[in-house]
Design a protein around this ligand. Sequence first.
Ligand code: CO8
Length: 256
Amino acid sequence: MTIELSRLDNLALLTINRPHALNALSFAIIQEIGSALDAVAGMADVRALLITGAGDKAFCAGADIKELRNRPLIDQKRGSEFGQGVFAKLDTLPVASIALINGYAFGGGLELALACTFRLASPVARMGLPEIKLGLIPGYGGTQRLPRLVGESRALEMILTGRTLNAAEAAAIGLVNKVVEGDLIAAGKAFAAEFAGYSLRTLEFARRAVQRAEKLPLVEGLRVEADLSTLAYRTADAEEGMAAFEEKRRPEFKDD
Ligand code: CO8
């Protein structure tokens, strides 16, 4: 298996382990990622997912270019839809995900990171959508997720030039949340610890509401917010959180 799924206390860690090919994504590996995400969705005691690449060079250098040549068009289209579908599992995963970009994140590798809820990068990370240099354009969600994250103009700049950004440049445009020195997995654990203790149900309501923001006109988005914030209000955890405030104690959330 190229995809390794392990546990770090209350977190799951998915590692793409194909360092000799800079963790490039064959279709078989994408299938494995899909199965691993399904497994994480079924783990009741997991509070966040970390994703990283094995080795010291790459998070993931993108789709396996060697697999892409001489394919019937229909297979290519289905391949793109397949990868999009697997990465979209991150949108509906019950827990937030954090891409730990430990080196190169190109093409489909960056698209995987873009599908995560958050992105942390080591100072040596390098990111880009270089498909244009291959005569291609992104096919695993990059043209849709990147502009939502950094705006149309910056996304077009990256996609049309295929330019490589370093970690500081990526942080400056909001492509990554943070650049962290040292142990990236420890940084991922610390980042997750900032939210993983809150109610899982409430965290999910918040993610659902924010996910709709880019897709809906403001009036409709505000309606979604009113509905989801009311659902959050109805949880036992909301009752506990507000009671704990009044009683000047730490809340004990039960994901209920
Ligand atoms: N696919 C296959 N093999 C790769 C890939 C890749 N994307 N990237 C690197 N490798 C392999 C190399 O071929 C090499 O293998 P070998 O030793 O057998 O020759 C090994 O990894 C090490 O790579 P390099 O020697 O090139 O390492 P460098 O440190 O010199 O360079 C780079 C690192 C800059 C990352 C370079 O490897 C590179 O440019 N890689 C390609 C990056 C790229 O273009 N990614 C985008 C791919 S296209 C894509 O992701 C489209 C997604 C949607 C497709 C929809 C499909 C249905």
